[in-house]
Design a protein around this ligand. Structure first.
Ligand SMILES: Cc1cc2nc3c(=O)[nH]c(=O)nc-3n(C[C@H](O)[C@H](O)[C@H](O)COP(=O)(O)OP(=O)(O)OC[C@H]3O[C@@H](n4cnc5c(N)ncnc54)[C@H](O)[C@@H]3O)c2cc1C
Length: 445
């Protein structure tokens, strides 16, 4: 049976985080957006409330939530402010490679600190010269004895300015591409680590984004999350588990935009009636709701795959690019429905529009998601229907008639013309290809 109903525990979690989002995050978000600053106190409150690091397993002092629970709680926080949601979820992104690695002693050393103290951990693959093409990263990890020494720059790193720990992907040799990449857990206070100034952005201005620079940073062998050669796959496995959550960001933001639009059209009057009475407006609302619901289903399915141990790569990509692009349409339509007010900073739509624009860029652009899904469709996807050249599309026989039912049918592999008889024709009467183009498709073998 397919189960769409949340459990009592999941409903309780949603109710608690909903209250946190509406009471704490919503009122504060606009101030920090204008200041281009991260509201660390909100992250602390999220930490205290159990809404940060939820995915740390209980054996390390965490709550052991699944990806579905993280999606549920992230939707609520993003509904209040996508930037704050990004900052809070960044710990899960930063920890994911460690959780997926086979370095148990490293997990035992760092995860309890992250679970019990208010520690932040960021995730760094991107660099000034590459983002989508992870295999071309240039930050180097040179082996010295059993340790590694890191040199290079990471860019666009969420929470870099406030992180205690850094999950960094670097290569023993940029020429080796995928085969040279490893992953390392660094501490912000280590010699040679420096953080750039916050990068000014269009939206999500209350999430911190900055560069990281490494000059001869010595990483002891104990802090290797993945040995060189294993880091690229680990980065991809990480994204497959975090992309459903980017989808959840989009669901939350789109849901809020829709709700603001509903409120406005029920009250605003034009041409002697409420806006809500115009069919053109009703259709926009219907499509907004359709997109929010569809997005959530895709997000939950991919999160369920993560929790069920099924490879979530394709579902996560579909959830990410569908829901983030749908959110852009929903928020844009909601702004339109609110007219001139929608365009102002006194209404919440312009911030949502700026904030959500990022969703189809970070953690793999929409184009990258399409590349992943196209690779699946053209590769491992198993079709149900026979190939075109085998299609028994019988048009000229009455199959109620037993003798007719046994008449052989030949299909031209070029144009699809069907010929009935014991032998194929000399040439196809439609495309003039010779009889070798014909394949017997009926009666079925
Ligand atoms: C606010 C913010 C926060 C971020 N946080 C983090 C973080 O915490 N950690 C981290 O590591 N990174 C982070 N990033 C980086 C982010 O993941 C990259 O920006 C993203 O992966 C795209 O890389 P890029 O910017 O280098 O674009 P590019 O890779 O240069 O791509 C430019 C454009 O070309 C398209 N393109 C590229 N290759 C192809 C192709 N083969 N076919 C078709 N189109 C293609 C892309 O889709 C994109 O539209 C963040 C970025 C931003 C803006």
């Amino acid at each position: 049976m397919v189960q769409f109903e949340l459990s009592p525990a999941q409903k309780e979690l949603r109710a608690r985080v909903r209250e946190f989002a509406v009471r704490e995050v919503l009122p504060a978000a606009w101030h920090y957006d204008e200041k281009n600053d991260i509201p660390l106190f909100l992250l602390k409150k999220a930490f205290d409330g159990g809404f940060m690091n939820g995915d740390i397993p209980a054996r390390y002092g965490g709550r052991g939530l699944g990806c579905l629970e993280i999606a549920i709680l992230t939707e609520e926080i993003a509904a209040a402010c996508p930037g704050v949601a990004t900052s809070i979820f960044d710990n899960s992104l930063g920890m994911a490679p460690l959780l997926l690695s086979d370095n148990e002693p490293l997990r035992e050393r760092y995860l309890p600190a992250i679970a019990r103290e208010f520690k932040r951990i960021c995730f760094a693959t991107s660099e000034p010269t590459m983002g989508s093409d992870v295999a071309s990263l240039r930050c180097t990890a040179e082996r010295q004895g059993e340790d590694y020494v890191l040199n290079g720059t990471k860019y666009w790193i969420t929470n870099a300015g406030v992180a205690d720990y850094l999950t960094v992907f670097a290569t023993v040799d940029p020429e080796q591409q995928h085969a040279g990449i490893g992953a390392f857990l660094l501490e912000r206070g280590w010699e040679g680590v420096s953080v750039g100034e916050p990068i000014p952005k269009l939206g999500q201005r209350c999430s911190n984004t900055a560069g990281l620079n490494f000059k001869n940073v010595r990483v002891p062998k104990e802090n290797v999350i993945a040995e060189p050669g294993k880091g690229f796959v680990l980065a991809m496995q990480t994204f497959s588990r975090t992309r459903p959550i980017i989808g959840a960001f989009a669901v939350g933001a789109a849901r809020s935009a829709m709700e603001y639009a509903i409120d406005y059209v029920k009250k605003r009057r034009a041409f002697g009636t409420k806006l809500a009475n115009f069919e053109a407006i009703q259709f926009k609302l219907a499509e907004m709701y359709q997109k929010v619901e569809t997005s959530r289903l895709l997000v939950w399915k991919s999160a369920w795959e993560v929790d069920s141990g099924i490879d979530p790569t394709v579902s996560a990509s579909i959830a990410k690019f569908y829901s983030t692009e749908a959110a852009l349409e929903v928020v844009n339509d909601a702004l339109q429905v609110c007219g001139g007010y929608g365009y102002t900073k006194m209404f919440p739509l312009e911030k949502l529009l700026r904030d959500i624009r990022l969703f189809s860029i970070y953690e793999g652009t929409s184009e990258v998601q399409r590349i992943i899904v196209a690779g699946h469709v053209l590769g491992s996807y198993q079709p149900i229907m026979p190939p075109l050249e085998d299609l028994p599309l019988i048009r000229g026989l009455d199959l109620n008639d037993e003798s007719a039912r046994n008449t052989p049918a030949w299909r031209c592999r070029m144009c699809g013309h069907i010929h009935y008889g014991e032998e194929p024709p000399e040439e196809c009467p439609s495309c003039f290809f010779p009889n070798t183009a014909f394949k017997k498709v009926w009666p079925a073998a």
